[in-house]
Write a protein that binds this ligand. Structure first.
Ligand SMILES: *[C@@H]1O[C@H](CO)[C@@H](O)[C@H](O)[C@H]1NC(C)=O
Ligand SMILES: *[C@@H]1O[C@H](CO)[C@@H](O)[C@H](O)[C@H]1NC(C)=O
Length: 202
């Protein structure tokens, strides 16, 4: 065999090995990923245990995973109509154009005040991520939100999006840290308005 041909063959071989075994992009990692993806068929890789409407699955690693999607909320969100819903732009009329509304917060607070506090957002996850199942038993978590002279509606929207989109038992607490705002006592007002029993102010 000519030297040149040999080199080409060597390169092709190396390329194939890389294609198969490279972490994250290789075919082997795709296979591993697939064995953790949802399977409706009873089989070796995973099978529904028939708990909770059949949305719990076990894998060969022995850990139970769950389909955490809240389909009812997803359906309700998809039906919402209004300004700014589904993360769409909020068209301003000529009367509404006013540069001063950007001054205090760096974004248009007028628009924020006119969008629903529990507005819907599009699901921008990669299609493969939508199939992913996560552990049935997850640790709870503390959410800390520091702010300084933040716009009232955008802060409240932040809290509502957490409480509306997180299973309640996974929220240990929501800590609102008012970092020296001088616009009055926003924190306690916010705790009261968000009506969440686990929201605290510091
Ligand atoms: C949510 O809907 C999807 C698509 O219709 C379905 O595959 C899935 O099992 C549902 N999950 C739950 C938890 O209801
Ligand atoms: C959060 O989890 C810890 C550890 O499991 C538990 O002790 C605690 O009570 C939980 N907190 C809430 C608010 O559920």
């Amino acid at each position: 065999m000519k030297r040149r041909q040999k080199r080409v063959l060597q390169m092709a071989f190396l390329f194939m090995v890389a294609l198969i075994f490279l972490p994250n992009v290789g075919l082997w990692s795709m296979y591993r990923e697939k064995s953790l993806m949802k399977s409706h068929e009873p089989g070796e890789q995973g099978f529904p245990l028939g708990l909770n409407d059949g949305h719990i699955y076990t894998w060969t690693d022995g850990l139970r995973r769950r389909d955490w999607h809240d389909n009812e909320s997803i359906r309700k969100d998809s039906q919402r109509v209004g300004k700014g819903e589904h993360g769409k732009p909020y068209p301003l009329t000529e009367d509404e154009c006013d540069d001063s509304v950007y001054k205090e917060n760096g974004f248009n607070i007028y628009v924020s005040n006119n969008i629903a506090l529990d507005r819907s957002l599009p699901d921008i996850r990669h299609p493969n991520c939508k199939q992913k199942l996560y552990l049935e038993n997850l640790p709870n978590t503390s959410i800390i939100i520091p702010f300084h002279n933040e716009g009232w509606s955008s802060l409240l929207r932040t809290i509502l999006s957490i409480t509306n989109r997180t299973p309640d038992h996974l929220i240990a607490e929501i800590i609102l840290v008012d970092d020296y705002s001088d616009r009055g006592c926003l924190c306690w007002k916010m705790k009261k308005t968000s009506k969440h029993s686990k929201a605290y102010c510091t």
